[in-house]
Design a binder for this molecule. Structure first.
Ligand code: BES
Ligand code: MN
Ligand code: ZN
Length: 495
């Protein structure tokens, strides 16, 4: 697992190798934020000009998450990062801290660096944003680039000793650790992370935070009739698994059920993907990574909510034992499904897990999946789709996402789309035509969560993996999308 820097709160800027301060917009001018007047005066004297001017001349600006590295003073480096409007939101600070720490961890140095992060973070939510942004911006998958990176981050705040600030630090560290863990699972190549080894990793994590855990191997799956997971996993020599996680703290009133898609590699199977579509498909287990990692963080923080997680894990391969289009599968619970396309494997493994967890009649079921390219066409690569059985549930999740700083957009589940799934040979077909593919997939999943159980579906196919250059606190590769929203939601339903 990745090493994140050790982070702490301090009352004043110390003697670290790197100092990060902010540049904010206010009343038409740009002001430096996070430096006491005497320190600002000393720096202005050393540079011969006010810091805001030096930063601007070197290409810096108050635009959120824009960074500029100033010439070193006495061997100490200074990064000025744009905050945007001075009335900062937690997400503005999260992004600014992330961008600055990304610059700091890329600096040439002969030893790991200590960073002071001084962005005038006062409110607990803003402080938590700074902590999360700093840690997420420092994240690196396997330190193979030879750069030493950042060892410690000291977040400067006048409230360093206040209990609200300490709690914000603790929660921020917990969430960022969970996001980093999900990123690393996603980044791990599919020859290393496959259903059996992924299940082992989840079991190890579960034990470390005292979660209940249960694993079905291929024999157990057969015995209990998980026909969707078995069909999808059958083309691979790496056999499928189903993992159940249980967290049941005393006094919990709300039962939250989470299901995450865990396709450790998606070739498309018999409906083989074209070359371009294959390159990022080790990330097709991002939903399972997010769910498992979030539940560990929820348990670790002692949030008072009962959580049950199901992670169906399979590799969708093409071979002599692969399932075919037109195969009829008997899913967990007995529903028969006509497979219309072997590349629509996600909904089949999810259906088994959704049917299983629904037996417990939880208060809310949320599934998280890199489910459809159609969702990426609709919303782009940075916004995830949210489809829900009712608007109250949708709003609950959108509010949690807003608090967490993740982008979701609600899409409808049109009733008439059910007609596309009519089959002549089974209860249901697994897909329809290409129009509204994200919505049809949601309709399919909804058939496995009996009404009136509240249910929502998060399609993270776009934002789960960033194949482009890094931006603010998001690295190239696995992003850990949905972890923060799930953790925030767990907190929200305790109220
Ligand atoms: N894992 C893919 C969806 C995906 C696409 C994730 C792009 C991330 C980026 C999923 O299993 C899939 O292949 N879906 C098909 C469904 C279709 C056959 C109905 C798709 O979107 O093409
Ligand atoms: Mn697929
Ligand atoms: Zn897939």
């Amino acid at each position: 697992m990745p090493n994140l820097p050790v982070i702490s709160l301090v009352n004043a800027v110390g003697k670290d190798d790197v100092l990060v301060v902010g540049l904010a917009k206010t009343a038409g001018s740009e002001v430096v934020v996070g430096l006491p007047d005497d320190a600002a005066a000393a720096l202005a004297k050393a540079y011969g000009r006010p810091l805001a001017e030096v930063a601007r001349d070197l290409g810096g600006s108050a635009k959120n998450a824009e960074t500029v590295l100033l010439p070193a003073l006495d061997g100490k480096r200074l990064i000025v990062v744009g905050l945007g409007d001075i009335d900062v939101s937690p997400e503005q600070v999260r992004r600014a801290a992330g961008a600055a720490l990304r610059v700091a961890s890329g600096l040439k140095a002969d030893r790991p660096l200590g960073v002071s992060l001084s962005l005038d973070a006062i409110e607990p939510q803003v402080l938590k944003g700074a902590v999360e942004g700093a840690l997420l911006g420092s994240y690196r998958y396997r330190d193979s680039d030879g750069k030493p990176g950042v060892a410690t981050v000291s977040v400067v705040t006048p409230n360093a000793r206040k209990p609200e600030a300490r709690l914000a630090l603790e929660l921020g560290v917990g969430t960022a650790t969970a996001v980093a863990r999900a990123r690393t699972w996603v980044n791990t190549p599919a020859n290393e992370l496959y259903p059996e080894t992924f299940a082992d990793e989840i079991v190890k994590l579960a034990k470390s935070v005292k979660l209940g855990v249960e694993v079905w191997d291929e024999k157990g799956l057969e015995k209990d009739g998980f026909g969707g997971i078995l069909a999808v996993g059958n083309g691979s020599a790496r056999k499928p698994r189903l993992v159940k996680l249980s967290y049941a703290p005393r006094g919990a009133k709300f039962h939250l059920a989470l299901v995450g898609k865990g396709i450790t590699f998606d070739t498309g199977g018999v409906n083989l993907k074209p070359a371009d579509g294959l390159t990022t498909m080790k990330s097709d287990m991002s939903g399972a990574a997010a769910v498992a990692s979030a539940i560990a963080a929820i348990a670790d923080a002692g949030v008072k909510v009962k959580v049950t997680g199901y992670l169906p894990l399979a590799e969708n391969m093409l071979s002599g034992t692969a399932y075919r289009p037109s195969d009829v599968l008997t899913m967990y619970g007995g529903t028969t499904v006509e497979n219309f396309n072997s590349d629509a494997e996600g909904r089949l493994v999810m259906a088994d897990a959704l049917a299983k967890v629904s037996e417990e009649r939880p208060n809310l079921v949320i599934d998280v999946a890199t489910l459809t390219g159609a969702c990426v066409v609709a919303l782009g690569e940075r916004v995830a789709g949210l489809m829900a059985r009712d608007d109250e549930t949708a709003d609950l999740i959108l509010d949690a996402a807003e608090v967490a700083g993740e982008l979701f957009w609600q899409l409808p589940i049109p009733e008439e789309a059910r007609g596309k799934l009519d089959s002549k040979v089974a209860d249901l077909k697994s897909g329809g035509d290409r129009w509204g593919g994200a919505l049809t997939a949601a309709v399919f999943l909804s058939q496995f969560v009996p009404e009136p159980i509240a249910w929502a579906h998060l399609d993270i196919a776009g934002p789960a993996f960033n194949p482009h250059a890094p931006y603010h606190y998001v690295p190239e590769g696995g992003t850990g999308m949905a972890v923060r929203t799930l953790v925030a939601l767990a907190h929200a339903v305790t109220n």
